[in-house]
Design a protein around this ligand. Structure first.
Ligand SMILES: [Zn+2]
Length: 249
């Protein structure tokens, strides 16, 4: 089948499905210019100036030991200005508005789905938009980070303020995980985009899917290609944008 035929099929699946969930990874944001982690051009293969791998910097113990270096890295690579939602984010928000998308489950922390207008977004790895004091738990927004330099300190108690981003060695948020499980269990159609599904918790979550159809949009192969009804190797923005347009017609 040609790509256009497959996109038409995807649009049909979206229209027929009583509950559709999108599960996305870093590849959804790369089309917005956000660096991913594991690809050749990703953070893990290109950031070397700290003398330790970014995976180490992004761990809880490193954050506690060396918050200065953590925040230097974090501010430089995660607080990227002028990043805008792309066609994939916009398509998902539009589908939700029309009642054709139940939930977006994302491994990304950039908040681009919400910026595009999606409401039911489950951020498995947290968000760069929220912060809290590691001592007194006072909450802050990203504006607080932008007003401060280096390691942000709590205005009330002077404690170190930590991003609500899940670091290595930290557990995922139990409430968000159970909501993600519920959404996936109830879904009839699961669209997976921009993730190799190799990393926890992606693969584990997919085990809860008992619906009808799986659609994969990813540049590289995934362990789930064989189980998918449709596999796209093209741009996520291109595929979702066109499929959403056809589904909404
Ligand atoms: Zn505090």
């Amino acid at each position: 089948m040609t790509e256009q035929k497959n996109i038409e099929r995807l649009a049909e699946l979206i229209k027929k499905s009583k509950s559709t969930v999108f599960f996305g990874g870093a590849g959804v944001s790369t089309e917005s210019g956000v660096k991913d982690y594991r690809s050749e051009d990703g953070l893990y293969n290109t950031v070397r100036e700290y003398g330790v791998p970014p995976e180490t910097i992004l761990s809880r113990s490193f954050f506690e030991r060396n918050p200065e270096t953590f925040y230097d890295f974090y501010r430089k690579y995660f607080i990227v200005e002028k990043v805008k939602p792309n066609a994939a984010h916009t398509a998902l928000a539009e589908l939700e508005k029309r009642g054709l998308m139940s939930a977006v489950i994302t491994q990304n922390i950039d908040g681009l789905h919400q910026l595009a207008g999606s409401k039911n977004v489950l951020e498995l790895h947290g968000t760069i938009f929220k912060y809290h004091c590691s001592r007194c738990q006072t909450e802050y927004g990203i504006d607080f980070l932008e007003r401060t330099e280096g390691v942000p300190r709590c205005e009330k108690c002077g404690g170190i303020v930590k991003p609500d981003v899940v670091l290595y060695e930290e557990p995922l948020d139990g409430d968000i995980m159970s909501r993600a499980v519920r959404e996936i269990s109830n879904a009839e159609l699961l669209i997976i985009g921009g993730t190799s599904l190799a990393v926890y918790p992606a693969a584990g979550l997919l085990m809860y899917f008992t619906g009808k159809n799986i659609v994969l949009i990813n540049k590289g192969e995934t362990p789930y290609d064989g189980r998918a009804d449709l596999v796209f190797r093209e741009s996520i923005g291109g595929v979702l944008g066109e499929a959403a347009r056809l589904a909404i017609l």
